[in-house]
Write a new protein. Structure first.
Length: 100
């Protein structure tokens, strides 16, 4: 089953972003770590290159569908990746990929 957010999830994700409830803590070439202030609590969202993981309970009820927190961070991730290609703008806390 495809793990794609529904249109409703994208709308909720956009709302989370607009309300400043998404905090990105680390971005690397293949992954991102963020926390999202959801309606029921603050959740940690991680993508290590193989898909999205969130600590919210929604994932337990709907393991085949990403939650709005993942969708919100996915929107940021997409923007960061594009920025990386053009001007290299990144959030603070970007981990060093390698020494030197
Ligand atoms: Zn979630």
């Amino acid at each position: 089953m495809p793990r794609k957010p529904t249109a409703r999830m994208w709308r909720k994700a956009a709302r989370l972003l607009l309300q400043g409830r998404v905090a990105v803590h680390a971005v690397g070439p293949h992954g991102i770590l963020a926390t999202v202030e959801g309606d029921e609590g603050v959740y940690e969202v991680v993508n290590e290159g193989n898909g999205w993981q969130c600590t919210c309970p929604y994932q337990d009820y709907h393991p085949s569908a990403p939650c709005s927190h993942c969708a919100a961070v996915a929107l940021v991730w997409r923007a960061v990746k594009k920025g990386d290609e053009t001007d290299g703008i990144r959030p603070e806390g970007t981990p060093d990929g390698h020494q030197g």
